[in-house]
Design a protein around this ligand. Sequence first.
Ligand SMILES: Nc1nc2c(ncn2[C@@H]2O[C@H](COP(=O)(O)OP(=O)(O)O)[C@@H](O)[C@H]2O)c(=O)[nH]1
Ligand SMILES: Nc1ncnc2c1ncn2[C@@H]1O[C@H](COP(=O)(O)OP(=O)(O)O)[C@@H](O)[C@H]1O
Length: 185
Amino acid sequence: MKSGKLIVLTGPSGVGKGTLVRSLLTRHPELHLSVSVTTRSPREGEIEGQHYYFVDRSRFEQMLEAEELAEWAEFAGNLYGTPYFALQQGIEEGEFILLEIELEGARQIRNKFPEAVRIFILPPSWEELERRLRSRGLDSESAIARRLLRAKAEIEAAGEFDFQVINDDLEVALTGLESVLFVNC
Ligand SMILES: Nc1nc2c(ncn2[C@@H]2O[C@H](COP(=O)(O)OP(=O)(O)O)[C@@H](O)[C@H]2O)c(=O)[nH]1
Ligand SMILES: Nc1ncnc2c1ncn2[C@@H]1O[C@H](COP(=O)(O)OP(=O)(O)O)[C@@H](O)[C@H]1O
């Protein structure tokens, strides 16, 4: 059986991970996104089972206890995790599975799946990151402040990753990701 690849995408909130992933999935139907479980409330337009599985804290804790999560972390006051079921099917079928997760989770994946390819998405500047977070218009001021605080620590860890891609011009960043996925992997 052909074995698939795990691709981890990490980067500070607002850097454009979601935007990049959406474009990659449209351009490359052979890529699959692992859908995470979260205790965060759905944002406007988010769909259950497509963007996240939205659960309450006690359900999340049940999943943790039952060892149903491949990795998990707390981010800006909410819990996020990757269910094993999101990984298993694709890997067995020889597909590329994208995980769009934060730093702590990326470290857990490195320990459990050392063969995973880990990519860090960087902003062109701190000012632009802040501008993108605000322009998205989806988070409260306090949620934005928590995300910015966390962003500093995440950017400092960018060197731990196998590849770094700067998301300045979107097309250039997409081409950079494609060359990592389809040439270097
Ligand atoms: N460790 C971990 N992080 C996740 C998971 N799903 C999403 N995240 C990360 O959690 C952070 C917050 O995600 P979200 O609330 O959707 O906010 P956004 O990144 O600002 O759009 C982001 O860094 C995501 O990459 C997961 O399953 N595990
Ligand atoms: N290359 C880019 N240039 C300008 N704006 C971008 C770029 N990539 C993403 N954005 C915008 O930045 C904001 C945050 O992007 P998003 O994909 O939600 O980030 P993340 O998933 O990393 O939190 C969105 O408004 C998005 O349209």
